[in-house]
Design a protein around this ligand. Structure first.
Ligand code: NAP
Length: 252
């Protein structure tokens, strides 16, 4: 790595879309920190990749883990250029073998337990807030910092308030957590605009991963493409946007 090599950190990167984002950023010549809550899983994933990839432990629901990861990045690299908040869960029970049909049925607003909603928001909303606050000091040391929040079209209130076949999936757990993530994205974008730090949300599209029992219709390559494009935006690039592949504007 040279002094000019860009340094990116991707959360929840040991599998799925996050792993593909790491793969693509490393192929673009970046130094990539592959963050995972379980370091062994992260190391195993990193071993199969080409390029300058460094596994790092980071559980987005554990403040001590977040602080330790930020301290490690500071010590080893001195700054961060790109933070990609990718880690998320769709359900609290970790049962990724549950079919989408069963999941949609039991996660309706009248049925989902408040405890499950809290658990999902802890990762998808408060996790992103905590991680971003912890890494902003390191992003401020970059001359072209970017934050990319991996959201979902399912989080769009505009989309869900008009009749469409997908909106039955919108629920107070995962769906609403992505609405809240969009709001947080905008709050960071507004505050950091003056400093030139670009903060954008992206949606991967319905991608075959553990999150949806591999029932998604897109490949991880397709799912990662917009996050990678937005992560690599130049100085002329926008901030405070919500887009899907490729550069398609989504309503908030
Ligand atoms: N797949 C889709 O159709 C789709 C559509 C729209 C948006 N998205 C978004 O795309 C992103 C990636 O999801 P995916 O589809 O690739 O799902 P995935 O394959 O299930 O990957 C999710 C990743 O997040 C990690 N994670 C979960 N909780 C964590 C925590 N507390 N700390 C750190 N990492 C944690 C998981 O780690 P473990 O391996 O340890 O569980 C895993 O690496 C998510 O933000 C998701 O909401 C996906």
């Amino acid at each position: 790595m040279t002094e000019n090599t860009r340094i990116a950190l991707v959360t929840g990167a040991n599998q799925g879309i996050g792993l593909q984002i790491v793969t693509d950023l490393a192929a673009n010549g970046l130094t990539v920190l592959l963050a995972s809550r379980n370091l062994e899983r992260g190391k195993a994933a990193a071993q199969k990749l080409e390029g300058d990839v460094h596994p790092i432990q980071l559980d987005v629901t554990d403040e001590a883990s977040i602080r330790a990861a930020a301290a490690l990045v500071e010590q080893q690299f001195g700054r961060l250029d790109i933070l990609i908040n990718n880690a998320a869960i769709s359900r609290a029970n970790g049962q990724h073998t549950e079919t989408m049909q069963d999941y949609i049925k039991r996660s309706r607003a009248t049925l989902i337990s408040v405890d499950e909603v809290r658990t999902i928001w802890e990762t998808n909303v408060f996790g992103v807030l905590t991680v971003t606050q912890a890494f902003v000091p390191l992003l401020r040391k970059s001359d072209a910092a970017r934050i990319v929040n991996v959201s979902s079209g399912l989080g769009s209130l505009a989309f869900n308030s008009t009749p469409n076949p997908y909106r039955a999936t919108f629920n107070p757990g995962y769906g609403a957590s992505k609405t809240a993530l969009n709001a947080i994205t905008l709050a960071f974008a507004i505050e950091l605009e003056e400093e030139g730090i670009k903060v954008n949300a992206v949606t991967p599209g319905f991608t075959a991963t553990a999150l949806n029992n591999y029932e998604g219709t897109d490949t991880v390559e397709q799912g990662a493409a917009e996050a990678v494009r937005v992560a690599l935006l130049g100085s002329e690039g926008p901030t405070g946007t919500f887009t899907g592949s490729v550069n398609q504007t989504y309503p908030w």
